[in-house]
Design a binder for this molecule. Sequence first.
Ligand SMILES: Cc1cc2nc3c(=O)[nH]c(=O)nc-3n(C[C@H](O)[C@H](O)[C@H](O)COP(=O)(O)OP(=O)(O)OC[C@H]3O[C@@H](n4cnc5c(N)ncnc54)[C@H](O)[C@@H]3O)c2cc1C
Length: 416
Amino acid sequence: MYNREKERGVDMVVGIIGAGASGMAAALWAAQNPNVQVILLERQARVGRKLQATGNGRCNLSNVNFHIAHYHGENPAFTQQVFSQFGVEDTLNWFASLGLCTVTEPTGRIYPYSDQANSVVDVLRLALEKENISLRLGFEVEKIKTSKDGFLVESKEESLLCNRLIVACGGLAGTKLGGTMAGYKLLSKIGHRSTKLRPNLVQVQSRWKALPSLKGVRANCNIEILHNGEVFAQSMGELQFTEQGLSGPVIFEISRGVCAASGTWHARMDFLPQWDDEKLMAHLQARVDRNYPVEELLTGVLHNRLGRVLTQNAGIKGKTHCKDLSQRELVELCRCVKALEVELTEPMGMDSAQVTAGGVLTDDFDPYTLESKKVPGLFVCGELLDVDGDCGGYNLQWAWSSGYVAGVNAGKEKDD
Ligand SMILES: Cc1cc2nc3c(=O)[nH]c(=O)nc-3n(C[C@H](O)[C@H](O)[C@H](O)COP(=O)(O)OP(=O)(O)OC[C@H]3O[C@@H](n4cnc5c(N)ncnc54)[C@H](O)[C@@H]3O)c2cc1C
């Protein structure tokens, strides 16, 4: 049994499972107490693998437009006590103290000044190089046993003893980047139940036959999701077409709950939200006397491939000359640009999702400390809990804030 920390004569050993965003934050905060030895266990070969891929490699680490309404779960109010202890400003001060410069975009999203997610991983990795933190890479925890002295944490090869334990294994989303069921399973064996897990912040699939030719196209768009013809959700921003469906920030913002209920689901897209129908019609009419193929009619306004697909969708043959267009065809083209409807089938799976909706039941945890009400000395933080945030840096903010609360409290001596 590995017991080196105990032998060093420290007062308390805090074990942490998972060196992702919340686990690294928890380790640094627990280790603020010099009488604590932290053992940070990570099954992968390096820390922060998912963190490195966030924000398309840029890491949208928080958002100045923070509001509790951006969080979901069976009991979103649970997060209030956590954020009131460590909010956006605390996070930015903390990162500044670790040497990270940040920048806030006009949308409110906060990124590292370097525009590199690596910078966030690196400042955390360097900060972990501390005497009272030992990082064990390639250590995959398979079992947690509780005893009167604390916890026995086991991998295939070895066992570790710790007085307190923080489980920060993350959620199931982003499986290729380390998303796993491990945390839910480890906790269920010691009495913690989870809610149903669903992929969130994920692209939505469609069988629209034009998708292969639009793959990779990005468009600014106002989008409405219709359930049985009624508006279910609406958002405006960047849409990305993929071979299987619709993706991009505008979809992530409204993907929660889409296709969850039976009935028909459609996306209605306006590719020129800043123009009304009259302005678009005037623009088209000013060009119909030109002697070029109708597939060029939207050239200069929309992405060329999108323009061509919309023209085809309006039932107009590509080689028709603009001057041969009927008024009815022009009206139909206008409708396709301003209100194109495509049927949606289902969201992509956990592999493609950025976050897991659902998780370990928060009712079983003290919201002030994140300590289990069932297993004293056990703490949980990050995405593993039944908390998920909207697109825009809110999930990482939850990781930093919950990592702080779990770390500080797990690192507290009993009579503090
Ligand atoms: C592609 C992508 C882009 C994203 N972009 C953003 C963004 O820009 N902004 C934002 O706010 N959120 C973003 N997210 C979400 C965000 O990354 C997560 O919510 C956040 O990383 C969760 O932190 P965590 O510490 O709970 O889990 P993770 O960061 O996933 O860390 C969990 C760690 O635990 C380890 N682990 C798991 N099981 C074990 C075990 N049994 N033994 C040992 N170690 C184990 C894992 O290997 C992992 O390193 C994105 C997610 C994805 C997938």
